[in-house]
Design a protein around this ligand. Structure first.
Ligand SMILES: C[S@@+](CC[C@H](N)C(=O)[O-])C[C@H]1O[C@@H](n2cnc3c(N)ncnc32)[C@H](O)[C@@H]1O
Length: 353
């Protein structure tokens, strides 16, 4: 059985493409021209690229030769995991793969649609009961509805819609284009698919706690692959994990995106701290959420009311931009910046270099 330490993940970039990316990154003020990679992202054996994987082989990112960083990690001890059963990780190979922690030896089995990297993975009787905002999205009904009408309602709060949001966030992500990106709390994967199709990232990791959302993401990927035949080139993996326990090695990610998610997280500070831990120096966090200021700020005793609502609903709505900036700063991120449209905000913060 093939077994490989996952020391790096990425698309199979050729050296000529590598030099394109470094040119883009060294001149951030230029408008970069992006070449869409015409090959699938693959995790391959480092000792012999494109050769058969042997039990002691190390899996590397072939794009970023200069930095052979580890990416996937055990969510318990944050040490790198070893891939068992497949020598390439992809949406299709997840079910045939297992991951084993190189330190504590816990094994994480791949599911039909995703890699299962929650702390409780493998528990036979126990399942975490999360706050309502998290459990809500785990239901098959809401997961099914999400991209079939639910998400479109966000327009009432000022969300411009996925395509426009994607265009807007490219500005924030400009310094890290060509690197890997985590789509944290990806839902049905509307942005993960846009990231993957754009060819702007070497690897896209779509992560959510809801197994039903990941199932939807998997189905959409399959459909789009059949209709447009683009998926075979996609550099995408689907991961189930809790945002407060990210299964990535510290400092291994170039970018984290969290669309309409931070208000759904049980503890935004615990989650942003994790985002900060997994970002490399110079890595970018970009997210969208609601800010309940404007007319809402005239409601007396708004803060205690909002805190009580949070306890009951599990949703954390921000009352000001300053609150959002504060949580990013408290978790070690800098250069907070944001764009507003009514209650909608797109914000970005950076891991200091
Ligand atoms: C409103 S949806 C956002 C989906 C998508 N990113 C978008 O922009 O439309 C919020 C997502 O957060 C996920 N979520 C909630 N709690 C989570 C947690 N503890 N860990 C990871 N994801 C979580 C939900 O499962 C849901 O898919």
């Amino acid at each position: 059985m093939a077994s490989s330490t996952i020391s790096n993940l990425s698309s199979a970039f050729l050296p000529s493409q590598l030099s394109n990316w470094s040119r883009v990154q060294s001149k951030p003020s230029c408008t970069p021209t992006f070449k869409r990679p015409s090959f699938a992202a693959k995790i391959r054996a480092s000792s012999t690229a494109f050769a058969d994987t042997r039990p002691t082989d190390t899996v590397v990112v072939e794009k970023d030769v200069g930095s052979s960083k580890n990416i996937l990690a055990c969510p318990i001890c944050y040490e790198p995991v070893t891939l068992i059963g497949a020598n390439v990780l992809s949406v299709e190979s997840a079910r045939a793969s297992s991951l084993q922690c190189s330190t504590c030896k816990k094994t994480y089995s791949g599911k039909e649609t995703h890699l299962e990297l929650t702390v409780a993975s493998g528990a036979k009787e126990y399942d975490d009961a999360m706050p309502m905002a998290t459990e809500f999205f785990r239901t098959p009904f809401i997961s099914f509805l999400y991209e079939r009408g639910w998400r479109q309602n966000f327009v009432w709060g000022g969300f411009p819609g996925p395509e426009k949001e994607f265009e807007m966030m490219k500005d924030y992500l400009n310094p890290v284009l060509g690197g890997n990106i985590l789509d944290a709390s990806c839902g049905s994967g509307l942005f993960s698919r846009l990231f993957a199709k754009s060819g702007l990232f070497s690897l896209v990791m779509a992560l959510d706690y809801s197994e039903n959302m990941l199932q939807q993401c998997y189905e959409f990927v399959k459909q789009e692959r059949l209709s447009k035949r683009t998926i075979s080139n996609w550099n995408l993996i689907l991961v189930r994990a809790d945002i407060a326990r990210l299964p990535f090695v510290s400092g291994s990610l170039d970018a984290v995106h969290a669309g309409a998610a931070i208000h759904c997280w049980p503890s935004p500070s615990a989650a942003v701290a994790e985002v900060s831990r997994v970002l490399r120096p110079g890595g970018v966090f970009v997210g969208t959420t609601y800010i309940l200021d404007g007319p809402f700020s005239f409601i007396p005793f708004l803060k205690p009311i909002s805190q009580r609502l949070t306890q009951v609903s599990g949703s954390n709505f921000f009352l000001s931009e300053r609150e959002l900036e504060d949580v990013c700063r408290a978790c070690g991120l800098v250069d907070f910046t944001c764009t507003r449209n009514r209650q909608f905000v797109m914000f970005s913060a950076t891991k200091p270099s």
